[in-house]
Design a protein around this ligand. Structure first.
Ligand code: DGY
Length: 323
């Protein structure tokens, strides 16, 4: 039997996937809860043939140069904006990712944030805890907005955007959709981005972060959004210009927003977003359920083992290398 391939995993993962991996490879796991620094990541990868990483690990050309033996990368994420795919492909390294298994879970969080922002749930909880619930039933207190009968604009009609559209349709919302590929989706009226911004009462962001979508919702786009709309972003922080969003919320142009993703994660302690009114903040928990995180870890390990064995990865982002 030949030597087992050396693998570096940048974090402990939930479920039993890492035990399965450890049964097949010579595994080193970064022991701390926080991400390794770029230097520690490079050290971990120096002798590794396989890398199991997360979306918070930057896998760029410098890292690949520090990892001469690397021949399979697997990210426990559906997004791959943290990986220089072109550099990996140039080295002939397949890159695995985890689409499908987190679709419904992330769609549920987007819906949860829509409800929370529309019905001011976080604000209401704060009021009760602060002892500010003084009227038994206040006919004018904490009035929110109905989802049923309102129009939801879904920006990006990939699997998660479509799952949000299906659920929102079942709530009685009218659905507008925009995707760069002009994808036709049953139950969704496909429109240009500007029309979607102008006609939607609620907006939910589901495009991948690419050079084309970075800053997609900047000052111009937010200026076109219908006055009083509510925005939810569970995709990637850099798609929405945070300063422009803060201005739109402070001026009352947007009635509310909920962000699960940020340009800089974790959100720095002094972030101006912390003081913005009508803004709900959650710490990138779109896929954070017990079952889904275990499925992601399993799929990430399946991808890595396939790549190391020279087999097609079940989900490979640069298929010429991995299938
Ligand atoms: C991903 O996998 O890219 C998600 O953002 C994790 O929730």
């Amino acid at each position: 039997m030949g030597a087992r391939p050396r693998v570096f995993a940048t974090r402990r993962l939930p479920g039993a996937a890492l035990e399965r991996l450890a049964g097949a490879v010579d595994l080193a796991v970064w022991p701390r809860p926080e991400a390794p620094s770029p230097g520690a990541l490079a050290d971990g990868c120096r002798a590794a043939e396989g890398l199991l990483c997360l979306l918070s690990d930057r896998i760029d050309a410098d890292l690949l140069a520090a990892a001469p033996r690397l021949r399979a990368i697997s990210s426990c994420s559906v997004g791959l904006d943290h990986v220089d795919l072109a550099a990996a492909t140039a080295r002939g390294i397949p890159v695995g990712f985890t689409p499908g298994v987190l679709t419904e879970t992330t769609a549920e969080l987007a819906l949860g944030l829509l409800f929370a922002a529309a019905r001011r749930i976080v604000e209401a909880d704060r009021e009760v805890r602060a002892g500010a619930w003084t009227e038994a039933w206040d006919p004018t207190g904490l009035l929110g907005r109905d989802l049923h009968g309102a129009t939801l604009g879904v920006i990006g009609l990939g699997a998660i955007g479509r799952a949000v559209a299906t659920r929102a349709g079942a709530l009685g919302m009218r659905i507008l959709g925009w995707s760069r590929s002009r994808r036709a989706v049953p139950g969704v009226e496909s429109v240009e981005l500007d029309a979607l911004l102008e006609r939607s009462d609620f907006l939910s962001v589901h495009v991948a972060l690419t050079p084309e979508t970075r800053g997609l919702l900047g000052p111009r786009a937010l200026g076109r959004v219908r006055r009083g709309a509510i925005l939810v972003n569970t995709a990637r922080g850099e798609i929405v210009d945070e300063a422009a969003l803060a201005d739109a919320l402070r001026s009352g142009w947007l009635a509310g927003a909920a962000l699960d993703v940020f340009a800089c994660e974790p959100l720095p302690a002094g972030s101006p977003l912390l003081g913005v009114p009508n803004l709900i903040l959650t710490p990138h928990i779109g896929s954070a359920t017990v079952a889904t995180r275990a499925r992601m870890a399993d799929l990430a390990v399946d991808n890595l083992l396939a790549g190391l064995a020279g087999r097609p990865m079940p989900h490979c982002a640069n298929p010429a290398e991995g299938s």
